[in-house]
Ligand binder design. Sequence first.
Ligand code: G3P
Ligand code: CA
Length: 261
Amino acid sequence: MTIIFAHRGASKQCPENTMSAFKRAVELGAGGIELDIQLSSDHVPVVIHDRTLKRTASGRSIVTETSFSDLRKHDAGSWFSPSFKGEVIPSLEEVLIFANEFPDLWLNIELKYYSDTNTELVEKSVPLIKKHRSEKNTVISSFAHNRLVDVHKLWSKVETAPIYKANLEEPWDYAKQIKAKAIHPQFRAVNRALTKASQAHGINVRPYTINDERLIKQFLEWEADGIITDVPDVALKIMKNEHIPQERRKWWKVLWQYIVR
Ligand code: G3P
Ligand code: CA
């Protein structure tokens, strides 16, 4: 079954990567939450997408050069809407504790790097994630594929997934080379054949970021393992009301071929 991942939480309805966005994603019925993590200057894993606070918080500093206590002083909600004034930048641990309340909820934790891809983020975050999570519904992803190899060394059972935009020839082979059990391609970098072949090689496929209804339908029909979307509510509606189950579609296809022959 395709798991619908709320990208940065329910990021169309709430300020991205905040507790409000994660709670809203659960309320909407998303099967998973995607979040971005970086390290504060005093080595606390925090949940924020950009390199600086400029876009999503009331400051201008670089996240990795700001202490956790200073990061917490900034308003991470007003930029989105005055009704979210007072929202803070969550710590990773805060999100992990929240997610503990929902045993079936998937978490996709993205290790976010902007320049130096040193191993500190892995060393600080992986033991914390391991303490709170089961490998059954956790996936750690990153554009920094070298760091996923380090994640595997610390927690070999957890799924890791390279995020990428390139048109890879045999992504399942590449995934295996870096010990990954999944791939998270930009949706334009994957088609039906690559999805099916990757899955046949035991590699889960979760394209990002799919907000267009036609594309959501397409990836549901291709039975992608996950869809990462800003609009989990739309994806769930399509899944419940309009998605034609693969088996039934195949049966009609066979019948149709027989009739027109
Ligand atoms: O994990 C997929 C997606 O989140 C990667 O892009 O920039 O939204 O973090 P970005
Ligand atoms: Ca992300």
